[in-house]
Design a binder for this molecule. Structure first.
Ligand code: GUN
Length: 285
Protein backbone atom coordinates (compact mmCIF):
# COMPACT_ATOMS: atom_id res chain seq x y z
CA UNK A 1 0.00 0.00 0.00
CA UNK A 2 1.19 3.46 -0.87
CA UNK A 3 1.98 6.35 1.41
CA UNK A 4 -0.86 8.85 1.05
CA UNK A 5 0.41 12.43 1.01
CA UNK A 6 -1.51 14.67 3.41
CA UNK A 7 -1.85 17.79 1.26
CA UNK A 8 -4.01 19.47 3.87
CA UNK A 9 -1.34 19.20 6.57
CA UNK A 10 1.45 20.41 4.27
CA UNK A 11 -0.76 23.26 3.05
CA UNK A 12 -1.34 24.22 6.68
CA UNK A 13 2.42 24.37 7.23
CA UNK A 14 2.82 26.66 4.19
CA UNK A 15 -0.05 28.87 5.34
CA UNK A 16 1.52 29.15 8.81
CA UNK A 17 4.77 30.33 7.20
CA UNK A 18 2.81 32.83 5.11
CA UNK A 19 0.90 34.04 8.19
CA UNK A 20 4.18 34.80 9.98
CA UNK A 21 5.40 36.77 6.98
CA UNK A 22 2.06 38.59 6.75
CA UNK A 23 2.42 39.58 10.40
CA UNK A 24 5.98 40.84 9.80
CA UNK A 25 4.69 43.00 6.93
CA UNK A 26 1.94 44.37 9.12
CA UNK A 27 4.57 45.32 11.72
CA UNK A 28 6.12 47.45 8.97
CA UNK A 29 2.75 49.09 8.32
CA UNK A 30 1.95 47.09 5.19
CA UNK A 31 -1.31 45.16 4.96
CA UNK A 32 -0.76 42.41 2.37
CA UNK A 33 -3.76 42.52 0.02
CA UNK A 34 -5.05 40.49 -2.89
CA UNK A 35 -7.85 41.47 -5.27
CA UNK A 36 -9.80 38.49 -6.58
CA UNK A 37 -11.84 38.95 -9.76
CA UNK A 38 -14.68 36.65 -10.78
CA UNK A 39 -16.37 37.10 -14.14
CA UNK A 40 -19.65 35.25 -14.68
CA UNK A 41 -21.27 32.43 -12.77
CA UNK A 42 -19.08 29.35 -13.18
CA UNK A 43 -19.97 27.32 -10.09
CA UNK A 44 -16.54 25.70 -9.71
CA UNK A 45 -14.88 29.13 -9.92
CA UNK A 46 -17.14 30.37 -7.13
CA UNK A 47 -16.03 27.48 -4.90
CA UNK A 48 -12.35 28.06 -5.72
CA UNK A 49 -12.67 31.77 -4.93
CA UNK A 50 -14.44 31.05 -1.66
CA UNK A 51 -11.59 28.71 -0.66
CA UNK A 52 -8.94 31.26 -1.63
CA UNK A 53 -10.62 34.05 0.35
CA UNK A 54 -11.06 31.77 3.36
CA UNK A 55 -7.34 30.97 3.27
CA UNK A 56 -6.58 34.71 3.13
CA UNK A 57 -8.63 35.19 6.27
CA UNK A 58 -6.75 32.37 8.05
CA UNK A 59 -3.41 33.78 6.93
CA UNK A 60 -4.00 37.44 7.73
CA UNK A 61 -4.08 38.59 4.13
CA UNK A 62 -6.73 41.13 3.20
CA UNK A 63 -8.81 39.98 0.23
CA UNK A 64 -11.07 42.13 -1.93
CA UNK A 65 -13.61 40.49 -4.20
CA UNK A 66 -14.74 41.98 -7.50
CA UNK A 67 -17.54 40.38 -9.50
CA UNK A 68 -18.52 41.12 -13.09
CA UNK A 69 -21.53 39.57 -14.87
CA UNK A 70 -21.25 36.73 -17.43
CA UNK A 71 -22.04 39.33 -20.12
CA UNK A 72 -19.15 41.64 -19.12
CA UNK A 73 -17.05 42.94 -21.99
CA UNK A 74 -13.30 42.59 -22.24
CA UNK A 75 -13.07 46.38 -21.96
CA UNK A 76 -14.92 46.40 -18.64
CA UNK A 77 -12.58 43.76 -17.23
CA UNK A 78 -9.47 45.53 -18.52
CA UNK A 79 -10.69 48.78 -16.94
CA UNK A 80 -11.16 47.07 -13.58
CA UNK A 81 -7.69 45.51 -13.76
CA UNK A 82 -6.24 48.91 -14.68
CA UNK A 83 -7.78 50.45 -11.56
CA UNK A 84 -6.46 47.62 -9.36
CA UNK A 85 -3.05 47.89 -11.02
CA UNK A 86 -2.84 51.52 -9.93
CA UNK A 87 -3.76 50.88 -6.30
CA UNK A 88 -0.66 50.94 -4.09
CA UNK A 89 -2.52 49.04 -1.36
CA UNK A 90 -3.34 46.09 -3.68
CA UNK A 91 -0.34 43.78 -4.01
CA UNK A 92 -1.86 40.84 -5.87
CA UNK A 93 -4.44 40.57 -8.65
CA UNK A 94 -6.05 37.24 -9.47
CA UNK A 95 -8.55 36.80 -12.29
CA UNK A 96 -10.22 33.43 -11.90
CA UNK A 97 -10.18 31.30 -15.06
CA UNK A 98 -11.95 30.26 -17.24
CA UNK A 99 -13.34 33.54 -18.56
CA UNK A 100 -16.53 33.92 -20.65
CA UNK A 101 -15.87 33.27 -24.33
CA UNK A 102 -16.21 36.92 -25.45
CA UNK A 103 -13.08 37.75 -23.42
CA UNK A 104 -9.54 37.09 -24.67
CA UNK A 105 -7.82 35.35 -21.75
CA UNK A 106 -4.28 36.18 -22.87
CA UNK A 107 -5.11 39.88 -23.29
CA UNK A 108 -6.43 39.91 -19.73
CA UNK A 109 -3.42 38.10 -18.27
CA UNK A 110 -1.06 40.48 -20.11
CA UNK A 111 -2.84 43.47 -18.55
CA UNK A 112 -1.96 42.43 -14.97
CA UNK A 113 1.30 44.09 -13.88
CA UNK A 114 3.85 41.23 -13.63
CA UNK A 115 4.78 42.18 -10.04
CA UNK A 116 1.10 41.82 -9.00
CA UNK A 117 0.56 38.60 -10.98
CA UNK A 118 0.15 36.18 -8.08
CA UNK A 119 -0.95 33.39 -10.44
CA UNK A 120 2.33 33.65 -12.37
CA UNK A 121 0.47 33.59 -15.71
CA UNK A 122 1.80 36.84 -17.25
CA UNK A 123 4.11 36.14 -20.23
CA UNK A 124 6.95 37.90 -18.39
CA UNK A 125 6.59 35.57 -15.42
CA UNK A 126 6.24 32.57 -17.73
CA UNK A 127 9.50 33.69 -19.36
CA UNK A 128 11.15 33.94 -15.93
CA UNK A 129 9.96 30.40 -15.25
CA UNK A 130 11.85 29.19 -18.31
CA UNK A 131 15.05 31.08 -17.64
CA UNK A 132 15.20 30.80 -13.85
CA UNK A 133 14.79 33.28 -10.99
CA UNK A 134 10.99 33.27 -10.91
CA UNK A 135 9.58 34.77 -7.72
CA UNK A 136 5.95 34.35 -8.81
CA UNK A 137 5.51 30.73 -9.88
CA UNK A 138 2.12 29.28 -10.86
CA UNK A 139 0.46 28.02 -7.68
CA UNK A 140 -0.50 24.43 -8.54
CA UNK A 141 2.93 23.53 -10.01
CA UNK A 142 4.71 25.22 -7.07
CA UNK A 143 2.43 23.28 -4.70
CA UNK A 144 3.30 19.98 -6.38
CA UNK A 145 7.03 20.67 -6.00
CA UNK A 146 6.54 21.50 -2.32
CA UNK A 147 4.53 18.29 -1.78
CA UNK A 148 7.37 16.25 -3.28
CA UNK A 149 9.96 18.09 -1.20
CA UNK A 150 8.00 17.59 2.03
CA UNK A 151 7.57 13.89 1.20
CA UNK A 152 11.32 13.45 0.62
CA UNK A 153 10.96 12.69 -3.09
CA UNK A 154 13.96 14.07 -4.97
CA UNK A 155 13.17 14.46 -8.71
CA UNK A 156 16.86 14.50 -9.76
CA UNK A 157 17.54 11.81 -12.35
CA UNK A 158 13.97 10.47 -12.16
CA UNK A 159 11.76 10.05 -15.19
CA UNK A 160 8.78 12.36 -14.69
CA UNK A 161 5.83 11.87 -17.02
CA UNK A 162 3.31 14.72 -17.09
CA UNK A 163 -0.17 14.07 -18.49
CA UNK A 164 -1.58 17.34 -19.82
CA UNK A 165 -0.08 20.44 -21.41
CA UNK A 166 -2.16 23.30 -20.00
CA UNK A 167 -0.64 26.70 -19.30
CA UNK A 168 -1.87 26.45 -15.70
CA UNK A 169 -0.42 23.04 -14.77
CA UNK A 170 1.10 20.76 -17.43
CA UNK A 171 3.61 23.12 -19.04
CA UNK A 172 4.81 24.96 -15.91
CA UNK A 173 5.12 21.82 -13.75
CA UNK A 174 7.19 20.22 -16.53
CA UNK A 175 9.61 23.15 -16.43
CA UNK A 176 9.85 23.04 -12.64
CA UNK A 177 10.58 19.30 -12.70
CA UNK A 178 13.24 19.88 -15.34
CA UNK A 179 14.75 22.57 -13.12
CA UNK A 180 14.95 19.91 -10.38
CA UNK A 181 16.93 17.69 -12.77
CA UNK A 182 14.17 15.24 -13.66
CA UNK A 183 13.97 13.81 -17.17
CA UNK A 184 10.57 15.04 -18.30
CA UNK A 185 8.12 13.64 -20.84
CA UNK A 186 4.95 15.61 -21.58
CA UNK A 187 1.99 13.56 -22.85
CA UNK A 188 -1.34 14.83 -24.16
CA UNK A 189 -4.48 13.81 -26.00
CA UNK A 190 -2.58 13.10 -29.25
CA UNK A 191 0.17 11.01 -27.63
CA UNK A 192 0.43 7.51 -29.10
CA UNK A 193 0.79 4.45 -26.83
CA UNK A 194 0.06 6.52 -23.75
CA UNK A 195 0.18 3.62 -21.29
CA UNK A 196 3.64 2.60 -22.51
CA UNK A 197 4.79 6.16 -21.69
CA UNK A 198 3.15 6.40 -18.28
CA UNK A 199 4.49 2.95 -17.29
CA UNK A 200 8.01 4.41 -17.59
CA UNK A 201 7.30 7.12 -15.03
CA UNK A 202 9.08 7.20 -11.68
CA UNK A 203 6.95 10.28 -11.00
CA UNK A 204 3.59 10.51 -12.76
CA UNK A 205 1.72 13.82 -12.69
CA UNK A 206 -1.86 13.58 -13.96
CA UNK A 207 -3.51 16.84 -15.07
CA UNK A 208 -5.97 15.85 -17.78
CA UNK A 209 -9.33 16.60 -16.19
CA UNK A 210 -10.85 13.18 -16.83
CA UNK A 211 -12.24 11.15 -13.92
CA UNK A 212 -10.14 8.06 -13.03
CA UNK A 213 -8.31 8.26 -16.37
CA UNK A 214 -5.10 6.76 -14.99
CA UNK A 215 -5.69 3.09 -14.27
CA UNK A 216 -3.40 0.67 -12.40
CA UNK A 217 -2.07 -0.90 -15.63
CA UNK A 218 -0.72 2.53 -16.63
CA UNK A 219 1.43 2.86 -13.50
CA UNK A 220 4.84 1.36 -12.74
CA UNK A 221 5.23 -0.58 -9.50
CA UNK A 222 6.57 1.80 -6.83
CA UNK A 223 5.94 5.03 -8.78
CA UNK A 224 5.11 8.37 -7.16
CA UNK A 225 1.68 9.51 -8.39
CA UNK A 226 0.49 13.13 -8.20
CA UNK A 227 -3.16 13.68 -9.05
CA UNK A 228 -4.11 17.20 -10.09
CA UNK A 229 -7.63 16.29 -11.25
CA UNK A 230 -10.81 17.61 -9.65
CA UNK A 231 -13.71 15.76 -11.23
CA UNK A 232 -17.04 14.15 -10.38
CA UNK A 233 -17.41 10.40 -10.82
CA UNK A 234 -20.53 8.50 -11.96
CA UNK A 235 -22.02 8.92 -8.46
CA UNK A 236 -21.28 12.67 -8.45
CA UNK A 237 -18.53 12.10 -5.88
CA UNK A 238 -15.34 14.18 -6.08
CA UNK A 239 -12.51 12.26 -7.70
CA UNK A 240 -9.20 12.88 -9.40
CA UNK A 241 -7.67 11.87 -12.72
CA UNK A 242 -6.34 8.70 -11.10
CA UNK A 243 -8.24 5.55 -10.16
CA UNK A 244 -7.07 5.98 -6.58
CA UNK A 245 -8.38 2.71 -5.10
CA UNK A 246 -6.50 0.51 -7.61
CA UNK A 247 -3.44 2.65 -8.20
CA UNK A 248 -2.62 3.04 -4.51
CA UNK A 249 -2.08 -0.72 -4.33
CA UNK A 250 0.70 -0.44 -6.89
CA UNK A 251 2.50 2.85 -6.36
CA UNK A 252 4.72 3.93 -3.44
CA UNK A 253 3.36 7.44 -2.85
CA UNK A 254 0.09 9.03 -4.00
CA UNK A 255 -1.93 12.21 -3.46
CA UNK A 256 -5.63 11.85 -2.65
CA UNK A 257 -8.50 13.89 -4.14
CA UNK A 258 -9.69 15.85 -2.30
CA UNK A 259 -6.95 16.71 0.21
CA UNK A 260 -3.87 16.43 -2.02
CA UNK A 261 -2.84 19.04 -4.57
CA UNK A 262 -5.96 21.24 -4.16
CA UNK A 263 -5.13 22.71 -0.73
CA UNK A 264 -1.54 23.32 -1.90
CA UNK A 265 -2.69 25.54 -4.78
CA UNK A 266 -4.43 27.82 -2.31
CA UNK A 267 -1.51 27.77 0.15
CA UNK A 268 1.00 28.71 -2.57
CA UNK A 269 -1.27 31.61 -3.57
CA UNK A 270 -0.85 32.93 -0.02
CA UNK A 271 2.94 32.63 -0.43
CA UNK A 272 2.86 34.42 -3.78
CA UNK A 273 0.76 37.24 -2.35
CA UNK A 274 3.31 37.76 0.42
CA UNK A 275 6.16 37.63 -2.12
CA UNK A 276 4.38 40.19 -4.32
CA UNK A 277 3.75 42.50 -1.34
CA UNK A 278 7.40 42.26 -0.26
CA UNK A 279 8.66 43.03 -3.76
CA UNK A 280 6.41 46.09 -4.00
CA UNK A 281 7.44 47.40 -0.59
CA UNK A 282 11.11 46.94 -1.47
CA UNK A 283 10.64 48.65 -4.81
CA UNK A 284 9.19 51.72 -3.10
CA UNK A 285 11.97 52.05 -0.51
N1 GUN B 1 -8.65 28.15 -12.76
C1 GUN B 1 -8.19 26.91 -12.47
N2 GUN B 1 -7.04 26.99 -11.79
C2 GUN B 1 -6.74 28.30 -11.65
C3 GUN B 1 -5.68 29.01 -11.03
O1 GUN B 1 -4.72 28.45 -10.46
N3 GUN B 1 -5.77 30.37 -11.09
C4 GUN B 1 -6.79 31.02 -11.71
N4 GUN B 1 -6.76 32.34 -11.74
N5 GUN B 1 -7.78 30.39 -12.30
C5 GUN B 1 -7.75 29.04 -12.26
Amino acid sequence: MAEIIDGKAIAQKVKTEAAQEAEALRQQGVEPTIAVVLVGDNQASKVYIRNKMLACEQTGIRSLKYELPQSASQQELLELINILAGKKDVHGILVQLPLPQQIDEQAVLRSIPPQKDVDGFHPQNVGCLLTGGHPLTPCTPAGILRLLEETGVNPAGKHCVVLGRSNIVGKPVSILMLEKDATVTICHSKTKNLASMTRQADILIAAVGKPKFVTADMVKEGAVVIDVGMNRDENNKLCGDVDFARVQEKCSVITPVPGGVGPMTVAMLMKNTITAAKMQVKHRE
